[in-house]
Design a protein around this ligand. Structure first.
Ligand code: FES
Ligand code: FE2
Length: 427
């Protein structure tokens, strides 16, 4: 009992510290250092952000056929996504109903039934318990179904929420994104390549790094072939007259191209739901610079078989979410998800999707397809590691965001503060 009281008061103290750090965040600035470094903050982030919000976890191409299983770890928890015999994609907590053993290791497998490695309880892909040896004749298997996880398929991207009361505003993401993603027909894609890298930084630094292109020109020579220097904001006072003219011409081109795409039935205008919401996201169809087709070394399509019905020269539908960033192009899609592993460790998972009939070496060259984001991810990982080293240094003070190029970070951190406050970590 005494021990328990001690734990409770420790928990209360830790909660008060986290709440005061959150309360100390100055608008327009980074978070106080402890929110990027402390073990208790990491645990609170898992409990609040990762266990109570919708996370991008997979794509339909992870489970293309009946019997396919794909397990994803989210913090301390894990979910198992299956395609059952009826082709329904379902998700369950990756926890055996007997004594709780993890059922399936992270990654892909093909099964007839989900069989627990511990005592061999076997589950149908519908989650129904099929057999449980030595539990007696009176044992009611009907009471020991696998616990379902809320799952939404938004145009081929699978979102899961571990909470029993998932935020309802996933409907808004679906309303905006389903029509945007329809033309890419992601359900009929195949994962051509996949990488997992561990970045040595807090997950919030990974997202902060992702929400700006302030760092792109100096750090991403490969990606910049397909990006415009002024695409992600600029201070007009810093532009030379010729740069200013270029930026104006690009803004003009965006207005005309966006209208033309929309008229052709391709939703393209920017939509931002970044603050004051539970399920944050931003999307826009971006014009690809240079050859205008794809994020490849020469900005031309890497894959000769187009995705769905979009065709070449239809830009890059970018989609940012709580734990993901995605680029849908005419010839392939890059889907990136991230999952926190520790206060200063984050898994970044990248999948390159091509049309399911595309054959490597015939319809696309793997290096051409993957090289831009392989390089970009490594460059970002290096930057995130530098940022983590900085936030855990004695001299760190939470610096200001540029209002011209870092508005999205400010929005993201504001969202984080809002969400943590809404869940009991407020002032
Ligand atoms: S814990 Fe799974 S069968 Fe016992
Ligand atoms: Fe970057």
């Amino acid at each position: 009992m005494l021990h328990q009281l001690h734990d409770l008061s420790e928990d209360g103290a830790s909660r008060a510290v986290i709440a005061s750090l959150i309360g100390a965040r100055e608008p327009g600035h980074m978070l106080p250092a402890g929110l990027y470094t402390r073990a208790d903050v990491f645990e609170a982030d898992l409990d609040i952000i990762f266990h109570q919000h919708w996370m991008a976890v997979a794509v339909e191409a992870d489970v293309p056929e009946a019997g396919d299983v794909y397990a994803v770890d989210i913090g301390r928890s894990s979910i198992v996504i299956v395609r059952d015999e009826e082709e329904t994609v379902r998700a369950f907590h990756n926890v055996c109903s007997h004594r709780g053993s993890r059922l399936v290791q992270a990654g892909r497998s093909i099964v007839g039934k989900l069989v627990c490695p511990y005592h061999q309880w076997a589950y149908e892909l519908t989650g129904d318990l099929f057999s449980a040896p030595h539990m007696g004749q009176d044992f009611n298997k009907g009471l020991h179904h696998l616990k379902p996880v809320a799952l939404r398929n938004v145009g081929g991207i699978l979102y899961a929420c571990l909470s029993d009361t998932p935020p309802a505003d996933i409907d808004e993401l679906d309303r905006v994104m389903a029509p945007r993603l329809a033309a890419y027909d992601l359900a009929n894609t195949r994962i051509a390549y996949e990488t997992d890298i561990v970045e040595n930084g807090n997950w919030k630094l990974v997202i902060e790094n992702n929400r700006e292109c302030y760092h792109c020109e100096a750090n991403h020579p490969e990606l910049c072939v397909s990006y415009f220097a002024t695409d992600f904001g600029f201070d007009p006072a810093d532009l030379s007259p010729s740069e200013k003219a270029e930026a104006e011409a690009l803004a003009d081109r965006y207005a005309r191209q966006t209208a033309a795409w929309e008229e052709a039935g391709l939703p393209s205008a920017a939509v931002e739901h970044t603050v004051g919401v539970a399920t944050n996201f931003r999307t826009q169809r971006l014009i690809i610079a240079g050859a205008g087709e794809s994020q490849t070394p020469d900005a031309r399509a890497a894959c000769q078989i187009p995705l769905g019905t979009v065709g070449k020269g239809t830009g890059d539908t970018h989609l940012w979410g709580i734990n993901s960033w995605n680029h849908m192009m005419g010839d392939h899609a890059v889907v990136i998800t991230m999952f926190p592993l520790g206060p200063d460790k984050t898994l970044v998972r990248t999948k390159w999707l091509v049309h399911k009939d595309a054959v490597e070496g015939v319809d696309y060259d793997l290096e051409t397809l993957t090289s831009v984001w392989l390089a970009t991810n490594q460059q970002d990982a290096d930057l995130v590691a530098l940022a983590q080293q900085g936030v855990q240094s004695a001299g760190f003070r939470p610096g200001p965001y540029s209002r011209f190029t870092e508005k999205q970070l400010d929005d993201f951190i504001t969202w984080y503060v809002e969400r943590m406050s809404a869940h009991g970590y407020g002032r």
